[in-house]
Design a protein around this ligand. Structure first.
Ligand SMILES: Nc1ncnc2c1ncn2[C@@H]1O[C@H](COP(=O)(O)OP(=O)(O)OP(=O)(O)O)[C@@H](O)[C@H]1O
Ligand SMILES: [Mg+2]
Length: 228
């Protein structure tokens, strides 16, 4: 059994995953926990190169199969180098996106066979399932607006596709991903908690901290209160 605690952040573009992952990391440190924050794709030297291929808008038109395999390769490296060793040492690990993103985007969104997605995920994750997954439920219009106007990021390949109102099998890519996330959350009610991410970031953070505090209290068999 792993000693650490693993929390992943999931949700549509602009739902606040990256912002919250870093805020959570600092809260854990402030409260005396050893923690690691990482992201997908990326988080390792090879993974960061893969991230550029996957997310930079200049790679528009990358094939779906190559996309799927690159995400899996990046995840495998992140688990092998960062996530698994940190959990074995007892750290709290926060990951900005994980395998649910592949199910939502490449499975539901692109329409790739779910058995293939599951198989690749199983190779990459080496049995490491999150203790808690926060699904940041943002209105897609609000999310895209935040991601394209507030964020300074140039990693906009997926945003571009969503804004082009691209269809896959007669349904918008954006709707397929969004609806996919709801299905994944419904299928995993114990692991995945849905948080309304349209609100002020301080309220979102308070809810997440409350959930994690409850989990850690159970894990360590004593009350854990995380101060903001
Ligand atoms: N609850 C919020 N209210 C207002 N602005 C927010 C909120 N959460 C995040 N933002 C802002 O929206 C922008 C996008 O947030 P962030 O990068 O954290 O989203 P993300 O979920 O990581 O997106 P992506 O999937 O594109 O990586 C940032 O400029 C961030 O400061
Ligand atoms: Mg992000």
């Amino acid at each position: 059994m792993k000693k650490g605690y693993f929390v992943t952040l999931e949700g549509f573009e602009g739902s606040g995953k990256t912002t919250l992952a870093h805020k959570l990391y600092h809260i854990f440190l402030k409260n005396g926990f050893h923690a690691l924050v990482t992201k997908e794709p990326g988080g390792t030297s090879a993974g960061d190169k893969i991230r550029k291929i996957l997310l930079e808008r200049e790679n528009e038109g990358l094939g779906y199969k190559a996309e799927l395999l690159l995400f899996a390769a990046s995840r495998s490296e992140n688990v092998r180098i960062n996530i698994k060793p940190a959990l074995e040492k007892g750290l709290i690990v926060i990951c900005d996106r994980y395998f649910d993103s592949t199910i939502a985007y490449q499975g539901f969104g692109r329409g790739i066979d779910m058995d293939i997605i599951e198989y690749l995920n199983s190779i990459a994750i080496e049995g490491i399932i999150p203790d808690l997954t926060i699904f940041l439920d943002v209105d897609t219009e609000i999310g895209l607006k935040r991601a394209t106007t507030l964020s300074k990021s140039t990693e906009l390949r997926f945003e571009d596709e969503f804004l082009q109102k691209k269809e896959v099998n007669g349904k918008l890519f954006l709707e397929r991903v969004r609806d996919g996330y709801y299905q994944i959350a419904r299928q995993n009610p114990d692991r995945i908690k849905i948080i309304d991410a349209n609100r002020d970031i301080s309220l979102i953070l308070k809810d997440i901290i409350g959930l994690i505090g409850t989990h850690l209290s159970l894990k360590y068999k004593k009350e854990v209160i995380l101060n903001l």
